[in-house]
Design a protein around this ligand. Structure first.
Ligand code: GUN
Length: 280
């Protein structure tokens, strides 16, 4: 079984990006800039944002985090986004989710200029991705896609089963695999025979947030299994895949942690650089 080392692949990607940033600096006499907006004090969000900032600095991006208390008014955020949209030193804007309930998430996402939307959440980017045009691609599915391609460069005709239909993961993952000529099945909480569907997959991407949902006897021999889950349990952090069982049947499997997570952040940096290049 191939243990897919996301930490290592992400470190290699960051090395490539660092080189690219250095070249862009020579060519344009400036570097891409990433601004992250963090509202409130949620511990996971604070950890993600800290890691994003650290990685951005490592590859030589200009990086800024703007923090607001949980009680901040929606208008303050929208005004700040407007200011960042008009700031030519800012290539990418990311508003860390989730947001407090009194802030309209969709309004915030739509306030970001599509060309600076490094998350790929703006309807314009969602539409462009689904139509096969150039767009920002959400970081987590992009990271999963790059890991899958490392294991199997030719995905044409493969059957992919995606567990979870979120805008963050399941839907954009579908688009990326469709573009590679996979036959894609999206499953979700109302799917009748989830085990039966999974057993048909040459590729399985689990992104539902249910600890160790995917069991060893749900997986076809030599399938590629990507685990997007990060679930807190009594025995620590586990994914959506029962790692020990599935590792006995799969051809390749991502661990949690150290699989998809590091790739998500590396892809955010990649998206920031892409936004910079498109705007110059
Ligand atoms: N919160 C958890 N994952 C993400 C992500 O990919 N982007 C943003 N903006 N917030 C998140």
């Amino acid at each position: 079984m191939i243990l897919i080392d996301g930490k290592k692949v992400a470190a290699e990607l960051r090395q490539e990006l660092k080189k690219e940033v250095a070249e862009l600096k020579i060519k344009y006499n400036k570097v891409p800039g990433l601004t992250v907006i963090l509202v409130g004090e949620l511990a996971p969000s604070k950890i993600y944002v800290k890691n994003k900032e650290k990685s951005a600095n490592e590859v030589g991006l200009k990086s800024e985090v703007i923090r607001y208390p949980d009680s901040v008014e929606e208008k303050i955020i929208l005004d700040k986004i407007n200011e960042l949209n008009n700031d030519s030193s800012v290539s990418g804007i990311l508003v860390q989710l989730p947001l407090p309930k009194h802030i309209d998430k969709q309004k915030v996402i739509e306030a970001i200029l599509p060309g600076k939307d490094v998350d790929g959440f703006h309807p314009m980017n969602v539409g462009n991705l689904s139509s096969g045009y150039e767009s920002s691609i959400p970081c987590t599915p992009l990271g999963c896609y790059l890991l899958i391609k490392k294991i199997e460069p030719n995905l044409s005709g493969k059957k992919a089963v995606i567990i979870g239909r979120s805008n963050l993961n399941g839907k954009p993952m579908t688009q990326l695999l469709l573009k590679e000529n996979c036959t894609v099945t999206i499953t979700h909480s109302k799917t009748k025979d989830l085990k039966g569907e999974c057993l048909k997959g040459d590729i399985i991407v689990a992104a539902v947030g249910m600890p160790e949902l995917v069991k060893g006897d749900w997986v076809k021999k030599d399938a590629i299994v990507i685990d997007v889950g990060i679930n807190k349990t009594d025995k620590g952090i586990v994914g959506d895949v029962a790692f020990d069982e599935v590792s006995k049947v799969a051809k390749a499997l991502t661990p949690v942690p150290g699989g998809v997570g590091p790739m998500t952040i590396a892809c955010l940096l990649k998206n920031t650089i892409e936004c910079f290049k498109r705007s110059n």
